[in-house]
Design a binder for this molecule. Structure first.
Ligand code: SAH
Ligand code: SF4
Ligand code: F3S
Length: 440
């Protein structure tokens, strides 16, 4: 068969990355193979993110600069999927006449049919949400991964409605996949050589809570850990309010579960957390952090922080800074608050200027940079087990990750890829460590 070329660009979170893998798998049945060059492709898809205004703008800019490719070749199929597609729907087809396909976050299963139509000149938009009952059968598998580490979606959607967040509107209601389906997928991955799974969801730790007969997330982790061949388990993202004692206990007694957790707090001020509708307090969050550190000393904690939420005073901001000092995140992602259409917070008056928000962001960044550096330095001279995952940054180097997720580069043979080795850490950089093989 003559292969057609598919160019796909993915924006946003890991869920979109996993959806893109699903899309590639589905379209390979129609004869499409992935290319890394947009120019010359037979189909261009953008899998988009709408979480902040900037992410949405990026998609429109990209669409504008891809237009000449369509002008040059009318048979080129151009499509937009993901969260901006869900949010804007038909309006995208109107705004961008060179666009052929718009598919929402619940409509991946229609894509093959839409593409066949587009090959015959049809323009089509599908963004209807699907009932949870029907959705359970609509997680087409990802095939052909030959990697060591794979994403496995365990749940999708969100019912939390944090007041600033568009995700519940663009991803729809929370749904937990059947544990039997998840475990079958993990077994298949393990059989194909995958050693690490990253369990994915907008809010993984509420897995199973609303699904009759399904295990809790903590139990699911134990079931995944029982699968031969899987050596490491990670998960993302968790919500602090659903961080159960059971799940925390897993960090103490499931050795395959990596000592790493992404637990976004968003703010250190109770007043702001309340207006964000987060469902926990500063003290409650810090108590969960202490519990995690008690069962797994040295656990790497990462998080997200929103700076400049409407009404955030200097005192509120100080609370955020002091929380960051107390938690000692190994890494932290900061976002300037961005009002999103249809969310509750979009109606709140904003008092801070863009400059003031950016200034706060920079102050916080400085604090975190120092902490990240100090944590990096604390590994100097220690010996760490590293799972070697691929080629390193420099020639002759390979690269892998510590249990905590930190990247380590070291001089070594490509033959080491796929195995665990002991590495002595000799240098710490902001985003990675340099090491050397121990006992060599
Ligand atoms: N489901 C995940 C992450 C959702 S989006 C969770 O609940 O943790 C990823 C991050 O983007 C959020 O944690 C938050 O810090 C940030 N974010 C979401 N909406 C935002 C907005 N309107 N403005 C700025 N940052 C936002
Ligand atoms: Fe958004 Fe809150 Fe849901 Fe996370 S938990 S996706 S921040 S609404
Ligand atoms: Fe963005 Fe959608 Fe993920 S809005 S963060 S791609 S769920």
């Amino acid at each position: 068969m003559n292969h057609k070329q598919l160019y796909i660009e993915t924006f946003g979170c890991q869920m979109n990355v996993n959806d893109s893998e699903r899309i590639v798998t589905m379209l390979s049945d129609l004869g499409y193979r992935v290319t890394t060059e947009a120019a010359g492709a037979d189909m261009i898809l953008l899998n988009t993110c709408s979480v902040r205004g900037g992410a949405e703008e990026k998609v429109y800019k990209r669409l504008a600069n891809l237009r000449p490719l369509k002008k040059a070749r009318q048979s080129l199929i151009m499509g937009v999927g993901g969260c901006v597609a869900q949010q804007e729907g038909e309006a995208l087809l109107q705004k961008f006449p060179w666009l052929d396909l718009v598919f929402g976050t619940h409509n991946l299963h229609l894509l093959a049919d839409m593409v066949r139509g587009a090959e015959n000149g049809e323009r089509r938009c599908e963004t209807s949400f699907i009932d949870n009952e029907q959705r359970l059968d609509l997680f087409p598998p990802v095939k052909g991964t030959s990697r060591l580490s794979s994403f496995v979606t365990v749940m999708q959607g969100c019912d939390n409605f944090c007041s600033y967040c568009i995700v519940p509107y663009v991803r729809g209601r929370e749904i937990s996949r059947r544990s039997a389906d998840i475990l079958a997928e993990v077994r298949e991955l393990a059989d194909s050589g995958v050693q690490e799974v990253v369990l994915l969801g907008q809010n993984v730790n509420s897995y199973g809570l609303k699904a009759e007969g399904e295990p809790s997330f903590a139990r699911l982790i134990r079931q995944v850990a029982a699968i031969d061949g899987i050596r490491r388990i990670r998960f993302t993202t968790s919500h602090p309010k659903d961080m159960s004692d059971d799940l925390i206990a897993c960090f103490g007694d499931v050795p395959k579960l990596c000592g790493q957790i992404h637990l976004p707090v968003q703010s250190g001020s109770d007043a702001v957390l309340k207006r964000m509708n987060r469902g926990y307090t500063r003290a409650g969050y810090l108590e969960r952090i202490r519990a995690l550190k008690a069962v797994r000393p040295g656990i790497a904690i990462t998080g997200d922080m929103i700076v400049g939420f409407p009404g955030e005073s200097e005192a509120d901001f100080q609370q955020t800074v002091s929380l960051v000092e107390e938690v000692r995140y190994s890494d932290l992602f900061f976002f300037v608050y961005s009002p999103r259409p249809g969310t509750k917070a979009a109606d709140l008056a904003e008092e801070l200027t863009r400059d003031q928000k950016v200034q706060r962001l920079e102050r916080l960044l400085d604090v975190q940079k120092r902490i990240t550096r100090e944590i990096g330095d604390s590994f100097l001279g220690t010996v760490q087990p590293v799972l070697v995952e691929g080629e390193g940054k420099r020639p002759g180097q390979v690269s892998g990750r510590m249990d905590s997720g930190r990247i380590v580069n070291f001089i070594g043979e490509p033959g080491l890829i796929g195995s665990f080795v002991d590495i002595r850490i000799v240098r710490a950089y902001q985003n990675s460590l340099l090491g050397e093989l121990h006992n060599h």
